[in-house]
Ligand binder design. Structure first.
Ligand code: NDP
Ligand code: OXD
Length: 308
């Protein structure tokens, strides 16, 4: 029995070391160890290609190195193999810090003042009141709720949107496609913290982003494939949107000639909003493997049909 780390493009050593700490009695392999496929019972991976999983006939569970599992749901994933995600509360706090930092930089005009400083220009602009900047968080799971909670003490009115109806203290909750238009039209700072699924792919497009009030700001920490980049560019250039902070892209890294690198209204970061700790990832992978061995559903198994 063994756990195999296939974390490419992330380095495998930190995951393998954390797994050894979490389960000293278990064989932990990386690709470099020339693993015996028949002994592999769990795989810890960030992404998967078709043709790999059938090589492991005794696979019991496929674990994600991150919160999202979208790159693991390949067509030859055996029906009997559960897929697990990571839930790390510290990661939620970290991602909330990133989003709050971007939102504050936007509402307090920090980029504008940095440009003014470069020209030794002393010029004051009216301050946008937090109470008049409505934050709308798409996705109210582990990550989205952490983001929503972080804004409330700063005085921002907070709303959220999810697939199923919710009631969360201090958050105006909307749900489903029926609730989307009202949610969008009442949102000045839109934060996407959705998992990538067939329903959320391309969801941030001209039609939906165009329903935001003029001057709105968009933060995407979900997945790049949820955003139709040319639509965003058009809305920024037309002035409908005031800015965007993008941490995720459909191609990571985006090619050097991608407009996002240079657009004056875009802040682009290399998928750093938050990373789960290696020890949490490893502990949850080992738990999932032990549950699968015992014939139980792992606690963090995703709904494969829903895609998250
Ligand atoms: P969860 O599974 O805990 O939550 C997902 C949320 O999205 C749920 O509230 C769910 O609704 C909602 N949702 C899913 N599909 C739809 C839909 N079609 N319409 C409306 N709402 C929908 O995931 P996490 O919060 O843990 O993570 C979310 C995503 O954040 C990850 O999949 C990943 O893509 C991204 N992420 C990015 C990071 C970064 O560094 N940039 C770091 C970590 C995560 P419901 O509650 O009704 O099920
Ligand atoms: C993710 C992660 O899913 O980094 O993006 O956990």
């Amino acid at each position: 029995m063994a756990i195999l780390v296939l974390s490419n493009p992330l380095p495998s050593a930190p995951f393998a070391e954390a797994l050894r700490r979490a389960a000293p009695d278990v064989t932990i392999w990386t690709e470099a160890d020339a693993p015996d496929p028949g002994l592999v019972e769990a795989i810890l991976a960030w992404r998967m290609k078709a043709g790999i999983l059938p090589k492991y006939p005794n696979l019991r569970v496929l674990c994600s190195t991150g919160a999202g599992v979208d790159k693991l749901l390949v067509e030859d994933l055996p029906a009997s193999v559960p897929v697990t995600r990571v839930v790390d509360p510290a990661q939620g706090v970290e991602i909330a810090q990133y989003v709050v930092a971007q939102a504050l930089a936007f509402t307090r005009d920090l980029a504008l003042y940095a440009r003014q400083q470069a020209d030794a220009q002393w010029k004051r602009h009216p301050v946008r009141l937090a109470s008049q900047c409505r934050v709308g968080v798409m996705g109210l799971g582990a990550v989205g709720q952490a983001i929503a909670r972080a804004f409330a003490p700063l005085g921002y009115p907070v709303a959220g949107w999810s697939r199923s109806a919710k009631s969360l203290p201090g958050i105006q909750c909307h749900a489903g496609l029926d609730g989307l238009a009202k949610f969008l039209s009442h949102t000045d700072i839109l934060v996407c913290a959705l998992p990538l699924t067939p329903e959320t792919r391309g969801l941030l497009n001209r039609g939906t982003l165009g329903q935001l009030p003029r001057g709105a700001f968009v933060v995407n920490v979900g997945r790049g494939e949820q955003l139709v980049e040319p639509d965003l560019q058009m809305l920024l250039d037309e002035g409908h949107l005031a800015g965007a902070a993008l941490d995720v892209f459909d191609r990571e890294p985006p090619p050097p000639d991608n407009w996002v690198w240079r657009h004056p209204k875009v802040s682009a970061t290399p998928h750093i909003a938050a990373q789960a700790s290696f020890d949490v990832v490893a502990a949850q992978c080992v738990d999932a493997w032990r549950s699968a061995r015992a014939g139980d559903a792992p606690a963090l198994a995703v709904d494969r049909a829903a895609g998250y």
